[in-house]
Design a protein. Structure first.
Length: 311
């Protein structure tokens, strides 16, 4: 799908034709749409398709007529009725007259610009638009990181009373999301540093404050991702040790119980032999005597093990 946006006096508007100073948004474009854009604006098809590959890394490529920037943006992904967080690439291509964005789906990063919720946004101010996208992107990362932190606390509370596989799997999914975020934020940081060095992207004094905010926001998101990853790893290790310790205690208890129960079992086995000379064979209370002896010995062994703190 190809949509064209242009900033007018009363805000952002979607228009039908591509004009100078417009923003062209390509969301999961068809091969035909990619070919038309490629031929009309002399943009290599491979560069247009790069952002459609989920495994594409963040980078900048400078060509004769345009500059391509690819950054990773966070999205929510629903699996089994629960929201998980992953990242996908988003391509930004800047030409002399236009700015193109290419992405697999509509994301909160770009829809905020389409809906006119971003202040001081102008489609013809390409450098500011790029910085605003990066700033919005870092803000979404921070928002999702806070949600992940709250979810991890909720799962941790559940694990206090239950150590089911579902809670542990949810912990692993959150940990995986943090790994995605950390890797993507590092890549975006490198892109931001390189973007400020290349001459093809013009720098304006009025955008210096925004640039500083973008750098701070991205670093804060990266630091938060690292902190939450460390906390989640520590929590997972702690619960793994707790589960292992509980398993050892259970096995120890079962081993002691087996030893205690083996005594009356052994006495009953000897007493049940069909041979002459069995004690209390002719005594009418022989069964009860053997029972009391077996239970008494089992209790004595259990008491000794309890005193030695074996269970």
């Amino acid at each position: 799908m190809v949509r064209v946006f242009r900033t007018l006096d009363d805000g952002i508007h979607q228009i039908n034709e591509i004009q100078e100073g417009c923003w062209v948004s390509l969301t999961s474009p068809s091969p035909t749409e990619l070919k038309e854009i490629s031929e009309k604006y002399s943009i290599e098809t491979d560069h247009l398709q790069a952002a459609l590959d989920e495994e594409e890394r963040s980078r900048i490529e400078v060509e004769d007529h345009y500059t391509m920037i690819i950054v990773d943006i966070p999205i929510t992904e629903e699996r089994k009725g629960k929201d998980y967080y992953v990242t996908i690439p988003c391509g930004i291509i800047i030409t002399e007259e236009l700015i193109f964005t290419v992405c697999l789906i509509d994301t909160p990063v770009l829809t905020a610009f389409m809906d006119g919720r971003i202040r001081n946004f102008f489609t013809f101010k390409k450098t500011r638009f790029i910085l605003q996208i990066l700033y919005r992107n870092a803000s979404i990362y921070l928002q999702y990181l806070r949600i992940i932190d709250k979810k991890s606390e909720e799962v941790e509370k559940k694990l206090h009373v239950s150590a089911k596989n579902s809670e542990l799997i949810e912990f692993l999914e959150l940990e995986k999301s943090l790994v995605y975020f950390t890797t993507s934020l590092r890549g975006n940081e490198l892109v931001l540093e390189k973007m400020m060095k290349i001459e093809q992207i013009k720098k304006y004094p009025e955008d210096e404050d925004l640039l500083e905010d973008v750098i701070i926001e991205n670093k804060q998101a990266l630091e938060m991702a690292n902190i939450y990853t460390g906390i989640l790893n520590s929590t997972m290790d702690a619960y793994a040790n707790i589960i292992s310790n509980n398993m050892n205690i259970s096995m120890k208890f079962l081993a002691v119980l087996t030893i205690v129960m083996s005594v009356p079992t052994m006495i009953a086995s000897f007493a049940g032999m069909n041979v002459l000379g069995i004690p209390f064979n002719d005594n009418p209370y022989g069964f009860w005597i053997m029972l009391v002896c077996g239970v008494g010995l089992a209790g004595l062994i259990g008491l000794i093990m309890h005193i030695k703190k074996m269970f």
